[in-house]
Design a protein around this ligand. Structure first.
Ligand SMILES: [Zn+2]
Length: 274
């Protein structure tokens, strides 16, 4: 089997992206830049010795990357809804990248900080504040797959430094506020991502990266924006109500991830709210 790189690709951490548009579809230029940043990571990975790449489009409806503009060596996972959120098929890979990412909810000096969905106001995994990066790291770690590269805004890179400090990193912008940033030029972002992806793949082949410690079994704490969501979550077997807007679960990581996925993907927005 060829050395395979799995790329989880979001859009909030792409250079130039500073606010969610009022209406879909996303601003087309930003979809092009997201696709270009992913292509830069693919090309770097191939130059570094990878033989195959799987790309997971993870933003919103998960259909943002422009398929016919994606590098031909890569396969693309599009669409919702997925059991492992955005990490399905990471088990088929040898190395993983996070491209275009953002910090978890509630961070200051961060562009659009959130944890999957603005209905979640706090998520903890074994007491650690968790954003999408930690969820990705734990999931890949449980399959024995290490991370090698992370790109996004400066605050996201700071978050990565607390989770997996050894990986290659590219900061493409720095927050000026919640919905404003000082961005590096799009072409400079591509150059940096390509170079870092190549180095990350070469380092991985030399055995430089270790998978994130698989924390299973785990305890997760989920705080939601409205008690009605905690009512819904507490109906899931094994989930305990621990507060007006908070629930907890202790057990296998994939069961915990299943509860998160069920909430994000299948428990809808309450009528009259948001
Ligand atoms: Zn996103």
């Amino acid at each position: 089997m060829p050395f395979t790189v799995f790329i989880a690709a979001d859009i909030e951490g792409v250079t130039g992206y500073v606010s969610w548009p009022d209406k879909p579809p996303e601003e087309y230029w930003l979809r092009e830049q997201m696709t270009a940043e992913v292509n830069a990571a693919i090309e770097g990975a191939l130059e570094g010795g990878a033989g195959a790449v799987i790309v997971s489009d993870i933003h919103w409806n998960k259909q943002n990357i422009i398929p016919d503009k994606l590098a031909k060596k890569a396969s693309l996972i599009r669409g919702s809804k997925r059991k492992l959120m955005w990490m399905d098929s990471v088990e088929r890979s040898n190395l993983a990248f996070l491209i275009g990412f953002h910090t978890g909810c509630g961070k200051e000096n961060a562009v659009l900080p959130h944890t999957m969905d603005t209905r979640i106001t706090s998520l903890k995994i074994n007491g650690l504040a968790a954003g999408e990066a930690l969820i990705s790291a734990v999931t890949a770690g449980c399959f024995g797959v290490p991370f090698g590269l992370a790109t996004g805004d400066r605050a996201f890179i700071d978050e990565i430094n607390t989770i997996m400090p050894d990986v290659e990193k590219v900061a493409v912008k720095e927050a000026i506020g919640n919905c404003a940033a000082l961005n590096i030029h799009p072409e400079i972002a591509l150059k940096k991502i390509r170079e870092s992806a190549k180095i990350a793949t070469q380092r991985a082949m030399d055995g430089d990266f270790q998978p994130y410690h698989c924390t299973s079994p785990v305890e997760i704490l989920i705080e939601v924006i409205w008690p009605g969501y905690a009512d819904a979550l507490s109906l899931i077997p094994g989930v305990k109500r621990t507060g007006g807007r908070e629930v907890s679960f202790a057990g296998d990581w994939f069961e915990a991830l299943g509860i998160i996925s069920l909430f994000i993907n299948w428990i809808g927005v309450m009528p009259g709210l948001l």
